[in-house]
Design a protein around this ligand. Structure first.
Ligand code: AMP
Length: 468
């Protein structure tokens, strides 16, 4: 029986897997400069973590969460005993990363009151039972950051700038995306604003789609996101949050913008930008690709969630974060011709001239790898000619030829795959010679001199460091 991957999932193979790894590497090296450390939380949590964290009226909680059941719980549910399940048995695959990080921060007391904020980043799969289409999957991958414990508008600006730098470092041209920002107000001003939008929607009830009619009551701000043309027209004329912000929120938002202006970060303000999840307060932002991604043009977004920790059972703690989707970032990279990572070619291919040399070749292969070289060898019993062909196909720079005559003198042949020139090298000096020829990766410009900062001897045969 042929088994296919589940609908809405993708296998990350070859360049895709390399690109995911590359993206995490770029994130790791960039985010650390802003003081963010990695965090790993489970891919499933008690369903309540998401229900409290995201809000019962969000689409994600209402219809997009995958339920996870232990065998015991499954047996109960399938015999009609779902109501007997304890809260701890109601599990869901994570649809996003923030709620789990907030749960972990509360459970482990990670945010010291009055201390430095908790700054973490994560990368991993998220799960939403959506209708699959281009750029919209049921299992997709996000890279996200969370900063808990800082209310200062400088933090908002820093997080936004870090996001923009990340996109730039991936090779996504700045002019191919737009950064949209807004303030959603806080507990002081949002409830009244929400009511005014709801009242406005009731005035236009007949013109709204069925879903927005429900939203008029449960989550009116989500109607700004509706893709229905008529709803869009109606919502274009709805009351604007920019006219309804309280003084504190207006001042906070003004300072965020001032920081962005001072750093030359271009943005567009859109008072209709409301992030779909209930927990957002004040600053919200989204990065959209201008051309090439169709309807799923948001590559990432985030915002401030000053109430989330409290509604999740912790002490009042301000927070801000963002998440961006790997799959859409790749589409954006492709759309603007950014370079995607390519497979690593071997530095060296170790070939065997006669079968009796195989064990020495094996030792050499291992020694070179232990010194940091990328090394390949034939494991399918090819002839020497076949091994050269394979080395060429793999893109190896050098081939070491391990033959009986040379070994008798304690030497091997070293062949350059470009010029086809060969030289005899003492087995003991092979690592140093390759270091000289291929360079080390330590970034210095010693050109193979002794005492290089990478710790390798470069030619004296006494080095004990590695290539890189
Ligand atoms: P959200 O948590 O909905 O704000 O999503 C943040 C980012 O994750 C989006 O901008 C997308 O890049 C990505 N994303 C969200 N949902 C999906 C999905 N179903 N498939 C692929 N990427 C997604």
């Amino acid at each position: 029986m042929a088994i296919n991957k589940p609908r809405g999932t993708e296998d990350l193979i070859g360049v895709d897997a390399l690109t995911w790894q590359y993206m995490k590497d770029v994130a790791d090296s960039l985010f650390v400069t802003y003081g963010f450390a990695p965090i790993e939380v489970p891919t499933f949590e008690q369903t309540d973590v998401f229900v409290h964290g995201l809000g019962t009226s969000t689409d994600v909680v209402r219809k997009e969460m995958f339920t996870a059941l232990s065998p015991d719980a499954f047996a109960k549910v399938s015999t009609g005993g779902a109501s007997e399940l304890k809260a701890a048995q109601h599990l869901s695959l994570r649809p996003e990363g923030t709620a789990g990080v907030v749960r972990a921060s509360i459970e482990h007391g990670l945010v010291a009151q009055g201390g430095q904020p908790l700054k973490v980043w994560y990368a991993g799969p998220m799960f939403r039972a959506e209708r699959p289409q281009k750029g919209r999957l049921r299992q997709f991958h996000q890279i996200g950051v969370e900063c808990l414990g800082a209310e200062d508008p400088a933090t908002d600006a820093e997080v936004i700038i870090m996001f923009m730098r990340f996109i730039e470092q991936l090779g996504i041209a700045r002019d191919s995306v737009r950064l949209i920002i807004n303030s959603m107000g806080d507990q002081a001003c949002r409830p009244a604003y929400r009511d005014s939008v709801s009242a406005y929607m009731y005035e236009h009830f007949d013109e709204l789609c069925d879903e927005c009619r429900v939203r008029a009551d449960t989550n009116p701000l989500r109607a700004f996101d509706c893709k229905n043309d008529r709803c869009r027209e109606v919502m274009d004329a709805a009351p604007r949050i920019s006219d309804a912000l309280c003084d504190d929120c207006r001042a906070h938002y003004g300072q965020v913008k001032a920081y962005l202006d001072a750093q030359g970060i271009a943005y567009e303000e859109d008072p209709r930008l409301v992030r779909g999840l209930d927990y957002y307060t004040r600053t919200v932002f989204e990065v959209q690709v201008i051309d090439g991604l169709g309807a799923q043009n948001a590559i990432g977004g985030g915002g401030r969630y000053d109430r989330l920790v409290e509604v999740s059972g912790g002490r009042p703690t301000p927070g801000i974060g963002f998440a961006c989707g790997f799959e859409r970032l790749v589409l954006a990279m492709q759309a603007c011709g950014a370079e995607l990572p390519t497979p690593v070619c071997p530095d060296v291919f170790v070939s065997v001239a006669e079968p009796e040399c195989a064990s020495k070749a094996f030792s050499i292969t291992q020694e070179l790898r232990d010194n940091g070289f990328v090394v390949e060898a034939d494991r399918q019993g090819r002839s020497l000619k076949g091994q050269f062909k394979l080395a060429d196909k793999l893109g190896a720079a050098k081939v070491v030829i391990v033959g009986p005559d040379e070994l008798a003198q304690g030497k091997v042949k070293l062949r350059d795959m470009g010029s086809h020139e060969e030289e005899l090298v003492d087995c003991d000096a092979l690592v140093d010679r390759l270091c000289e020829l291929l360079g080390c990766d330590c970034g210095c410009d010693c050109e193979g001199e002794e005492g290089c900062c990478c710790g390798h001897g470069h030619g004296d045969g006494a080095g004990d460091g590695t290539k890189g």
